[in-house]
Design a protein around this ligand. Structure first.
Ligand code: TIU
Length: 220
């Protein structure tokens, strides 16, 4: 076993049973004129996570680990988008036309993963209709088939899809570690609180670390 330096204490892991999960590093959240901006957010706040994610991604690939990417989005006919998600506060964003195609619709340019973190052939890409990556997807099955026990979880946004996924994973028996510079939020206060919640009460649903510690742990 190796160890990741982390809070509230070090996390032992075996690279053979550890996977990297990159949550929703999509143009719709990270680039201007997508879903994130339509919701009124400053997407530049998420871009700080890109370089740290690149470092963790290349270290995981070099270690021969399973790397999984997720994308939030819906079928072209929106049949898998709950009406309650489609319209919020009387406004409709999902499925409407934008400069990067129809917002959060599979196959559209904005739905795709940013070029900096693009999946390699053979890396599973999980399309998810919800915020949590386990909800109505085959993620758990893929992880079980690879005998995965530990997840390094990166991506956006920290307090929405990242922590929803970490909570789902923790309840399914996975140990999750979140490198704090590899996750991003449109709200600095939420970023801070979300990370504190994960590691509170003796790692109540996970560990918090940083990209340098993850890279160091994988190389050790
Ligand atoms: N709006 C927001 O903060 N997040 C999302 O809608 N989805 C994800 O976090 N991926």
């Amino acid at each position: 076993m190796k160890n990741f330096n982390a809070q509230p204490f070090a996390l032992p892991f075996d690279p053979r049973t550890t996977a990297l999960v990159m949550i929703d590093m999509q143009r719709d959240f990270i680039e201007p004129r997508g879903f994130g901006e339509a919701l009124g957010n400053d997407v530049s706040l998420l871009r700080t996570a890109i370089v740290p994610c690149e470092k963790v991604l290349s270290a995981a690939r070099a270690a021969g680990m399973l790397v999984i990417h997720t994308r939030e989005g819906h079928r072209a006919d929106l049949a898998d988008c709950p009406p309650a998600k489609l319209t919020r506060g009387g406004k409709t964003f999902i499925g409407t036309d934008g400069p990067m195609g129809r917002i959060l619709v599979r196959g559209e340019p904005g739905h795709d993963i940013i070029p900096e973190l693009y999946p390699l052939p053979g890396e599973p890409v999980v399309d998810k209709p919800g915020k949590g990556a386990f909800y109505q997807t085959d993620l758990h099955l893929i992880l079980q088939n690879h005998n995965i026990k530990t997840l390094i979880v990166c991506g956006v946004t920290t307090e929405v899809c990242v922590t929803t996924t970490v909570r789902e994973a923790n309840d399914r028996g996975y140990e999750c570690i979140v490198p704090q510079d590899c996750v991003g939020s449109y709200f600095p206060a939420f970023q801070k609180a979300a990370l504190e919640m994960i590691k509170a009460q003796g790692a109540i649903f996970g560990w918090v670390s940083d990209s340098a510690s993850i890279v160091e742990g994988l190389r050790a």
